[in-house]
Design a protein around this ligand. Structure first.
Ligand code: SF4
Ligand code: SF4
Length: 307
């Protein structure tokens, strides 16, 4: 694929006007004609400043606009929250590989909670099946296992999602600053700022980012209407998305959906700055390890064997 072909741009927002599409069109049509043909909402969406530069008033106006946009598209009442990171919080995750049975309930809970497209199908969590004899070996893992029953004899399972790296290469390469690390450590994406160039996908060593090649498709009666601007609000064709530690839940004191869904308690989540937290206990008392330690991305996603 040529570099030119790789750089495709999202253009299917309700406004029907992408940032790059607008610039091209504006050059051709001297901007004024285009602007005149846009609705006030479309103009406001296009000229929206970077999320981190918005005032509280700006945010409220944008969230109202999005709630109305999603309500028109899916029906019902949407909440688009922008709860900020709390002081003294650094989220981290740990996964007990001795418990995971590879059932993929976490995958499906994540799809539902985070409004991932059903068709085409999108999964933020990939559960890898590995051979017990080979140990942790990503080059011999498969995500396409389908036995009658799990766990399958001779195998174990390693669920992988965004590792919320302390040194996130995805952030470093983004040419427009559409993805960044929040003070609580969550790496987020602004879907209204992403230009769909997919450089972050190429840079991510964990295959944690996913691109919307088509308009995401979620049945109206399955949409989760409790959303966060930087998390599970519905996305657009042509933008990248990934796990955000369920920012819409965890910034409101709840566990990520995958933690609640896991039937064997393999998943642990919490604030590592809280010395009484379960996550802190796991990190201090279990022999934890991280994936691809040698590349120094410093994930906040740990694996361990509890027994
Ligand atoms: S796992 Fe990939 S997407 Fe997640 S923070 Fe690290 S580099 Fe970025
Ligand atoms: S729900 Fe729990 S046991 Fe099932 S695949 Fe996910 S982590 Fe493993």
């Amino acid at each position: 694929m040529t570099a030119k072909a790789q750089v495709t741009i999202s253009d299917n927002r309700e406004t029907g006007l992408s940032r790059r599409g607008f610039v091209k069109g504006a050059l051709a049509a001297a901007a004024t004609g285009l602007l005149a043909s846009c609705s006030p909402a479309a103009r406001e969406a296009f000229f929206q400043r970077h999320f981190r530069e918005l005032t509280q008033d700006d945010k409220e106006r944008i969230l109202d606009r999005l709630e109305a946009e999603y309500g028109r598209k899916y029906g019902g009442e949407f909440t688009v929250d922008a709860a900020p990171a709390a002081e003294g919080v650094q989220f981290a995750y740990a996964l007990d590989l001795s418990r995971c049975v590879g059932c993929r309930r976490c995958v499906h809970a994540c799809v539902k909670e985070n409004n991932q497209s059903r068709d085409p199908e999108m999964h933020w969590i990939t559960v890898l099946q590995m051979d017990k004899e080979k140990g942790i070996d990503l080059s011999h893992a498969t995500a396409y296992y389908n036995p009658k029953q799990v766990p399958e004899e001779g195998h174990f399972y390693v669920p992988v999602a965004c590792q919320q790296c302390r040194r996130p290469q995805c952030v470093t390469v983004c040419p427009v600053g559409a993805t960044w690390q929040e003070p609580d450590g969550i790496v987020v994406i602004d879907y209204n700022w992403c230009i769909g160039c997919r450089l972050c996908m190429a840079a991510c060593p964990y295959g944690a980012r996913h691109f919307n090649w088509a308009e995401p498709n979620i049945p109206d009666d399955e949409v989760n209407r409790d959303t966060h601007y930087l998390g599970n609000r519905p996305r657009y064709k042509g933008v990248v998305e990934k796990c955000t530690f369920c920012i819409q839940r965890t910034r409101n004191g709840r566990y990520p959906a995958c933690v609640e869904a896991c039937p064997v308690g393999a998943r642990k989540f919490g604030n590592i700055l809280d010395k009484d937290s379960e996550i802190r206990y796991v990190i201090e008392n279990k022999r934890v390890f991280i994936l691809k330690e040698e590349i120094n991305t410093q994930p906040k996603f740990y694996y361990f064997y509890g027994v």
